[in-house]
Design a binder for this molecule. Structure first.
Ligand code: SF4
Length: 399
């Protein structure tokens, strides 16, 4: 065996264990990783948060582990979850209820339900009934972006969360503690920005499914550990011998809440699409840039939410600029086409879609759209659709 081959295999061997860990975390619906973290110190607490966004810095500053709950994906058989809901809503709440009633969320000491949509709001009420004694808070995120109105309201909300989580951990959230948490999350943001920049620059180094799993690991790991994990992955793929394929560059929008199965992401890539920008697990990168580390940390977090978020369907767009923002993003990312993929029955995503389509049509940017559910199991139709989209762009420059 030549030295070159030996080196190549050694380098690829650096990626494999990282991916195996990310995959294990992805499959960890019993939250064994959370349980293990808690067992190191009996005073530790963990707080689950539903999509899309919760200020994890506040939970972290209160000494608890923020844990992302994004449903059961294609790994959970819904036995009781369906009986709680009518048929014409998305799949995510069914699997979340299934996880709750089957005891798989037991390692969590409390739950934050952000004001993403009516489904998540109603779910917060159901959790109060299903899990009596657990801390359940409906997190009312501001939809007014004036610092004196929405800003003050949001700071009050964050202080409520800090106080309630603090009661569970026995830790009071001082300004100093919150600033330290902002620093920890900024380090994570910096690592994720680097990861996204590398994917955009050389998408063959960071396949979509891997990017997703690495991001998703941050929904279970403590932030400091996740930042190290992202940096290890970056170092491993940068040193790898992966080669580019003749794929088009696509941007994905609409998958910000209920998550598509990982196999669907692999299908897109196999159909000839490099996903160079997406809104999967939007909460992990809703605020892409650093939050101010000096001054009043509550104000800094509030300002970041009011003025530093990327456009998404669950946040009111007071200036109706989402379409223009999408077109700008397409240009910045040198994207060949857009895939609008939304969960079935997702009102926020499907209400935004006509506005986004109109902006893409006006800018003559090719796009295709389809719906999915977290437990979608048949990918052939999607593969054909995405493959035809990619081929049409390669041949004619438009779909
Ligand atoms: S997928 Fe859409 S409708 Fe369902 S909970 Fe998420 S935002 Fe709400």
């Amino acid at each position: 065996m030549s030295i070159v081959v030996e080196q190549k295999e050694a380098l690829d061997a650096r990626i494999a264990p990282l991916l195996a860990r990310a995959q294990a975390l992805y499959e960890d619906l019993d939250l064994r990783a959370v349980q293990a973290w808690k067992s190191e110190d009996p005073s530790r607490r963990a707080i689950g948060f539903l999509p899309v966004y919760a200020p994890r810095e506040v939970v972290h500053a209160a000494g608890a582990l923020p844990v992302g709950i994004v449903g059961g994906g294609d790994q959970v058989e819904i036995v009781r979850g369906d009986s709680y809901f009518q048929s014409y809503i998305c799949h995510l709440p069914r699997s979340v209820v299934e996880l709750a009633v089957s005891g798989r969320l037991a390692p969590l000491d409390g739950f934050l339900f952000p004001s993403t949509c009516d489904v998540i709001r109603n779910l917060s009420g159901m959790f109060q009934i299903l899990l009596p004694g657990k801390f359940v808070h409906y997190l009312d995120l501001p939809q007014n972006f004036d610092r004196r109105l929405g800003g003050e309201f949001y700071q009050h909300e964050m202080r409520t969360v800090a106080r309630e989580v603090g009661k569970l951990t026995g830790i009071e959230v001082s300004d100093e503690r919150l600033r330290a948490s902002i620093v920890a999350w900024n380090a994570n943001r910096a690592a994720l920005r680097e990861l996204r920049a590398l994917r955009s620059e050389r998408p063959w180094l960071v396949p979509t499914a891997e990017h997703y799993l690495v991001l998703r690991a941050g929904y279970l790991l403590p932030v400091e550990e996740h930042t190290r994990f992202v940096r290890d992955y970056l170092a491993a793929v940068r040193a790898s011998a992966r080669h580019p394929l003749d794929n088009i560059r696509v941007l994905v929008r609409g998958a910000f809440c209920e998550q598509p199965p990982v196999a669907l992401l692999r299908t897109l890539e196999r159909a000839g699409c490099y996903v160079v920008d997406d809104d999967f697990l939007q909460g992990a990168h809703l605020i892409p840039n650093d939050v101010r580390e000096d001054g009043d940390p509550w104000e800094a977090l509030s300002d970041a939410f009011l003025h530093g978020t990327v456009p998404t369907a669950s946040i009111y767009d007071e200036k109706a600029e989402k379409g223009d923002a999408l077109v700008r993003r397409v240009r910045e990312q040198r994207v060949d086409g857009v895939i609008l993929m939304a969960p079935s029955f997702c009102d926020p995503a499907l209400l935004d879609q006509p506005m986004l389509q109109a902006a893409l049509e006006k800018a003559k940017i090719p796009f295709t759209s389809f719906k999915y559910a977290e437990d979608t199991g048949q990918f052939q139709v999607i593969r054909e659709q995405a493959g035809t989209f990619a081929d049409a762009i390669k041949l004619w420059g438009s779909a």
